[in-house]
Design a binder for this molecule. Sequence first.
Ligand SMILES: Nc1ncnc2c1ncn2[C@@H]1O[C@H](COP(=O)(O)OP(=O)(O)OP(=O)(O)O)[C@@H](O)[C@H]1O
Ligand SMILES: [Mg+2]
Length: 268
Amino acid sequence: MNKYNEYFGFKSEPFMNNLPAKKLLELPGMIGVKERIKYILNLGGIMVVTGEVGSGKSSSLRWSTSHLHKSEVLVLNVIGSNGSIIEFYKQIGWELGVDINSASRTKIIKMIKEVIRDIVASKKQKILLIVDEASLLRPEIFAEIHTLTQFNEDSSNMITIVFSGQSNLIDKFKYRSSAPLASRVMGKIHLTSINRDQMEEYVLHHLKAAGVKKMLFSETAITAIQQGSGGILRRANFLAKGGLVACSIDREDIVTAEHIRIASTELL
Ligand SMILES: Nc1ncnc2c1ncn2[C@@H]1O[C@H](COP(=O)(O)OP(=O)(O)OP(=O)(O)O)[C@@H](O)[C@H]1O
Ligand SMILES: [Mg+2]
């Protein structure tokens, strides 16, 4: 561990990027994501999560899905890229445990749907496909992916798809070719920045998660983190961490607004 961790008595790295789901702070946006997923799972539709870079989208999804019973819902996690549609289907196949080696999109879709139908029928599980970084996906994927949700039998709720990405993800749903997909969207949520009071709670939460119960930041330091980060969580992490380093170098006990200012000079 770094020197500043010893200095403040942290048991683990503070302001970690990969806090386990159960250690995340229950922010209103996360609760909104969880409730919508629960609602849409019952109907089998499409949902969209947007938010600025580092606003907590992936963490919200991780937290929300950690509350689902594995015996009831099979979660498939796919990361969007600008790769081909076949590569995208391969990722879904991989998550479903099937090796996709066909070059025909029609065959691949048929194969994926058969596996989904089997899982729903035999294991009585619902399928939840989470597509993170979806703003990177090619338009042709938005034009075609809805076919995965179409089944002949009246079981429209076999698969639920959550698309998550930066705010420009919404634009991808506005293309003419995305209309069939857009018409199936039943819920959308935009994760907003957190306010000053939530920031105080957030900072304290991260300190506790790393084993320090005492508030190590002054009131003005919290305000400086809030202003410097614009209420965006990942930026707040960097500022808080940088503030701790600057404070330990000064051999002081409490991080001040000046320490946060020093830390902010390192951010792009
Ligand atoms: N509920 C939470 N409790 C504690 N920390 C959180 C929470 N949500 C997010 N964070 C912190 O904020 C960081 C950024 O969150 P996350 O990676 O989920 O954002 P994102 O919106 O998915 O970012 P990107 O746009 O880069 O994909 C996380 O690494 C974590 O440290
Ligand atoms: Mg993310």
